[in-house]
Design a protein around this ligand. Structure first.
Ligand code: PLP
Length: 387
């Protein structure tokens, strides 16, 4: 069993953004990386490169593409050819490339809001319209859930060049069902909208939940989908900047790859080695332990909020290490992010960066030890009680 209670000191030697952006004394629970070391096979693969001593150019080779394809088969029985795999420097790079190639000023990017802040940047970065498809929020006791309004979905998505799906969803933690995915895809295909499915959180499954890639649902959907995956969230190597676009449709892939080449997007050798080790299967025991620990952290938050902060609402995420908390029924005036930064010295992610519906909410990163998580919640609870 991996001991996730024991954390390295992240303020020592390396300027980690999560731990150095805010002054000392502030507990960082914001940007999506975890406080745990990467699994040993990943670290060993990096040591091997360092120990060689020569840090030369290394392009993504076939062995790595075979590893990625084998992982899709192993996890989901999804058979993809290694040649369908295109290495990119990350998922944000991947969907930005897709938007440049497949959107236009007439047909922009459709996103389901609230959603990961970088989804909102595509519009400006690529110079295309953003089409929002708001979720419908519902509340049961203090538990939040978000549903799709299918009429709104169709009305909005049909204006787009790409539908940028986030599954599992950041910040809501939802895993969409096969039925929901099939319905989304059917509507997209009917209106000739390309699906770009960001599945970066797909292996961070809580409570033994299962996951189905959008493109695995049917060969027809696969033809209309670009799937984006990466080892970065699951195995905690986001600083190595390595991700993959899986594009079985050759015509789409050629266009995507041409843009990757035009922009000269190259993954570092360290990223490629880490990905190969992460996806090799050698880290799966570590991952099982991690998902158990994260499930307990999630349950700890939901229990803590219900018991000590009953005016706060929370999601129960199916996946990810991100909680979504709603403070609109509390006595906090203005932004809860600013309130907790000032009064609790806890840095969460500001809800409104995920879209307008995120006002009055925060996203809390629980990819840390139980002790630090409790410390953060205790600080927040104390600040709330002092109003
Ligand atoms: C849904 C989602 N997509 C993409 C990313 C970032 O991916 P990358 O660092 O590979 O660009 C994140 C990071 O938080 C994320 O949550």
């Amino acid at each position: 069993m991996t001991n996730f209670d024991k954390l390295p000191d992240r303020r020592k030697n390396i300027m980690f953004t999560k731990w150095t952006y805010y002054p000392k004394g502030v507990l960082p629970m914001w940007v999506a990386d975890m406080d745990f070391p990467a699994p040993k096979p990943v670290l060993d693969s990096l040591h091997k490169v360092i120990d060689h001593g020569v840090l030369g150019y290394e392009l993504p080779h076939n062995v790595l593409k075979e590893t990625v394809a084998a992982r899709m088969d192993h996890l989901y029985g999804w058979k993809v050819k290694p040649e369908s795999v295109v290495a990119v420097t990350g998922i944000v790079t991947g969907f930005s490339v897709a938007a440049r190639v497949f959107c236009s000023v007439k047909r922009g990017v459709a996103i389901q809001t609230p959603v990961y802040n970088e989804f909102h940047e595509v519009k400006k970065n690529v110079g295309i319209p953003q089409i929002d498809i708001p979720f419908v929020k519902s509340v049961n006791g203090n538990i939040l859930s978000y549903e799709i309004d299918w009429d709104v979905f169709e009305k909005q998505v049909k204006k787009a060049g790409i539908f940028l799906l986030c599954n599992p969803h950041n910040p809501l933690g939802t895993i969409f069902t096969r039925k929901q995915l099939a319905r989304m895809a059917e509507i997209c295909i009917k209106h000739k909208v390309l699906i770009v499915s960001d599945e970066i959180h797909s292996e961070l499954l809580l409570d033994g939940n299962t996951f189905t890639p959008m493109a695995k649902i049917s060969r027809e959907i696969e033809k209309h989908t670009i799937t984006l995956i990466a080892p970065s969230k699951t195995f905690n190597v986001p600083g190595l900047f390595c991700g993959f676009a899986i594009i079985p449709n050759k015509e789409l892939r050629d266009r995507f790859e041409a843009e990757v080449n035009r922009q000269r997007i190259h993954v570092s050798s360290m990223g490629l080695h880490a990905a190969n080790a992460a996806f090799s299967g050698k880290c799966d025991g570590w991952l099982r332990d991690l998902n158990r620990y994260l499930t307990d952290n999630r349950d700890f938050i939901v229990g803590y909020v219900s018991e000590h902060m009953p005016s706060v609402r929370t999601t129960i995420p199916d996946a990810t290490y991100l909680a979504w908390l709603d403070f609109t029924q509390t006595e906090i005036v203005g932004s809860p992010y600013e309130f907790f930064l000032k009064n609790a010295k806890v840095a969460a992610s500001e809800g409104k960066i995920f879209g307008k519906a995120g006002e009055g909410h925060i996203r809390l990163n629980f990819g840390t030890s139980r002790a630090l998580l409790k410390e953060g919640l205790d600080r927040m609870n104390k600040a709330l009680n002092s109003i």
